[in-house]
Write a new protein. Structure first.
Length: 288
């Protein structure tokens, strides 16, 4: 089951909602950890307040209970960006309704209501809610999404597609910014976590943005993922070449007709400049 999420930049995404069985297993794991911490803390408190009056011992025990029951989820979800031990084990994450990371106030609202919900209302509202929300999610404005999908692997990363290797050596990458390259890298790394329609829309936007600053255009029939992968792989190859060239010891002064070495984003002299249009690419093998 997916849900439409509109980000703060008015970009519509589809995310995979977590269903109540996986959320229930994650809750059981967290509850087991909290129970272990509570037993250990009570033993330590009993040792520390031995000989104290009953009221003082009760106050310390109640404080310990609140810290573990409320502080455990708040601390984990705030510092671990929406995950606890149970959620991480089940591949779940809490995010805001707009897809942004969960913050302290959202985690606190969810944690305060959990003791009032875990005995039944949380499961009931998660089953009948269109976005699988419990009462704490409704109050905090959050949803729980499924990040790890069985049977899916990562995208093509920055590996060079073999049919595009010769074409990539002719690219002019001088106008491609680090921000655009980082956006392409993030997309390729997370594209299979997105709904197909959202993945196609974001991929087309990035391809258009890259084509506006990178020349020549890709050969006809090049898939978007292969085009972006070739751009990033060639950019990395040139950067590695530049670093290796800069690390070599200085030699005698070059003659007057010596050409300056290429910049960070111009093609290193491994390949001769292309004098004819690039041939159509061979068959591509998309990542499984």
């Amino acid at each position: 089951m997916t849900a439409g999420v509109v980000t703060g930049e008015a970009v519509a995404l589809d995310v995979r909602l977590a269903h109540w069985p996986s959320r229930l297993v994650g809750f059981v794991i967290d509850a087991a950890v909290q129970l272990f911490l509570l037993i250990f803390a009570n033993l330590a408190v009993a040792h520390l307040v031995a000989g104290a009056d009953v009221d003082s011992a009760l106050a310390v025990s109640l404080t310990t209970l609140v810290v573990i029951v409320i502080g455990y989820p708040v601390a984990f979800e705030t510092l671990w960006r929406g995950r606890s031990l149970g959620k991480a084990a089940m591949g779940l994450r809490v995010v805001r309704d707009d897809g942004a990371p969960e913050r302290f106030r959202h985690a606190l609202a969810r944690a305060i209501l959990m003791p009032l919900e875990f005995w039944g209302p949380a499961l009931l509202t998660s089953m009948i809610s269109r976005r699988s929300k419990r009462i704490g999610d409704l109050l905090a404005g959050t949803i729980v999404v499924q990040q790890r999908v069985p049977g899916r692997t990562g995208g093509p990363g920055i590996a060079m597609p073999p049919p595009l290797a010769m074409w990539a050596s002719t690219l002019d990458l001088s106008r491609m910014t680090d921000e655009l390259a980082l956006s392409c890298r993030h997309f390729l790394g997370r594209q299979y976590e997105l709904h197909p329609s959202a993945r196609d829309a974001m991929g087309n936007q990035l391809v258009a943005a890259v084509q506006a600053v990178v020349t020549p255009p890709p050969p006809p029939g090049t898939p978007g993922w292969a085009y972006l992968s070739a751009i990033l792989a060639e950019r990395r190859r040139r950067e590695e070449w530049r670093i290796r060239a800069a690390a070599r010891p200085a030699v005698a002064a070059p003659p007057q007709n010596f050409q300056q070495p290429p910049t960070a984003h111009s093609a290193p002299p491994q390949h001769a400049p292309a004098t004819t249009p690039a041939p159509p690419p061979g068959p591509f093998t998309p990542p499984q």
